[in-house]
Design a protein around this ligand. Structure first.
Ligand SMILES: [Mg+2]
Ligand SMILES: [Zn+2]
Length: 186
């Protein structure tokens, strides 16, 4: 059992440009090198699962329908490029949100491990052979909370607590993929 390996991917700042509470599919900007990185990981046998906090739903910045439209467009872009994303999980919750029923404290909002556990169970994933790539401390903490090895994409957008140490610091997904593929051939 637990035969599959997976790269769990944060969405904003890893796959697409983080413009803050992305609402319109037209505003999706694929980050440079990310399509190639996803293809390379897939070819090497990694499952690809997106795990993204989207508290904009709970906060009333966009609706579940808006979010669904964004994800439909994103997956279409991948499909058009020959990339199959195995699953996409999002957390629409926030305990200080205003929109019911999403204004709750949940077990899926990163750094909680809910979304990773869900994927791991569904796809029979060996966590010890799997990775998380993110650009926030909550992504690193998610990795620690679930047993994944972590990549932190350096950025100027979010404050980084230096006591929260990832397994690797990288500049983008492409560099993370390179390290993953290099290490597995050892
Ligand atoms: Mg992010
Ligand atoms: Zn949640």
């Amino acid at each position: 059992m637990n035969n599959n390996k997976c790269v769990f991917l944060d969405r904003d700042g890893v796959l697409i440009k983080d413009i803050g509470y992305l609402k319109n599919p037209e505003d999706i900007i694929i980050l440079p090198g990310s399509l190639e990185a996803l293809k390379d990981l897939k070819s090497a046998g990694y499952l690809l699962i997106i795990v993204t906090n989207q508290a904009g739903v709970a906060k009333g910045f966009f609706s579940m329908d808006d979010l669904a439209a964004v994800h439909e467009k994103l997956l279409k872009i991948y499909e058009n490029n020959g990339i199959k994303i195995d699953d996409l999980y999002f957390c629409p919750h926030h305990d200080r949100g205003t929109v019911e029923p999403y204004n709750i404290k949940c077990s899926c909002r990163k750094p909680s491990a809910g979304m990773v556990l869900k994927g791991a169970e569904k796809f029979d994933i060996d966590i010890a052979k799997s990775f998380m790539v993110g650009d926030k401390d909550s992504d690193i903490m998610l990795a620690k909370n679930s047993g994944l090895k972590s990549f932190y994409i350096k950025n100027d957008m979010y404050e980084h607590d230096e006591s929260i140490i990832p397994d690797f610091y990288v500049s983008d997904l492409k560099e993370a993929a390179k390290i993953i593929l290099h290490n597995q051939n050892k």
